[in-house]
Design a protein around this ligand. Structure first.
Ligand SMILES: C[S@@+](CC[C@H](N)C(=O)[O-])C[C@H]1O[C@@H](n2cnc3c(N)ncnc32)[C@H](O)[C@@H]1O
Length: 215
């Protein structure tokens, strides 16, 4: 998957500029919710990609440490301007190298779907370890729209689903892409955050988001 994002770095943000008004309206809604959730916070962003959300959230955050495991996407992100101090770091989301409780905000957009199901709990635990009590977290990703995003692939005996993607250079990639309902998300995250339930989740036509506070 990292090779796919390495090659896709320069064309990645086309997904945020599709003409569909419903899609645009939902992106705006996600953006406003993320800005509100992370207002005034020192944010750790996981899998920041080309900095699309970093830039939007920088309008209200106090500071952002934006991380990704692919240098090419970080290089695109570094070329942008931000409204608050932003530091970029090459980091593997599964082995975050920060001290415990360094941040009071957490952001990971369009990353959750790329986590193999058997690694989700370990990722959440490692991510939350870097966050202080009462930290505010915002996560967002795609809702399953079968015809959008390439051929959907399921394999017998495999819990994960995949999408076949073709880049502008003609290269083909099969990448992991998992989809969750509000109930799935609240059940998974509820194991880490007592009291969290499906009311914390917004599910639209194209995207979902969840926002919550750590205990
Ligand atoms: C769908 S993109 C999301 C980028 C950005 N958050 C956004 O929403 O525009 C997924 C990102 O995950 C990154 N990634 C893949 N494997 C990773 C890993 N193990 N650790 C950290 N980032 C990873 C990719 O480089 C890519 O930038």
């Amino acid at each position: 998957m990292e090779e796919y994002y390495r090659r896709r770095a320069e064309e990645f943000e086309a997904i945020y500029h599709r003409a569909d008004p419903a899609r645009r309206a939902e992106i705006k809604r996600l953006s406003q919710a993320a800005q509100e959730a992370l207002r005034g916070r020192r944010v750790l962003e996981v899998a920041c990609g080309t900095g699309y959300w970093t830039r939007l959230v920088s309008q209200t955050a106090r500071g952002i440490t934006a991380t990704d495991s692919v240098e090419e996407v970080l290089n695109v992100a570094r070329r942008k301007t931000y409204h608050c101090p932003v530091a970029f770091r090459l980091e593997n989301a599964y082995r975050l190298s920060f001290e415990a409780e360094e941040f009071d905000g957490g952001l990971a957009n369009f990353w959750f779907s790329h986590i193999p199901r058997h690694r989700v709990d370990r990722f959440i635990a490692g991510f939350h370890r870097t966050l202080r009590p009462q930290a505010s977290v915002f996560l967002a990703d795609n809702v399953l729209v079968p015809d959008v995003g390439g051929e959907l692939i399921s394999r017998a005996g495999d819990d994960d689903t995949y999408r076949r993607r073709t880049l502008r250079d003609g290269s083909e990639h099969v990448i992991i892409k998992n989809y969750y309902s509000a109930e799935d998300l609240s059940a998974i995250l509820g194991q880490h955050v007592p009291g969290l339930n499906a009311a914390n989740v917004f599910v639209g036509q194209h995207f979902w988001y969840i926002t919550y506070r750590l205990p």
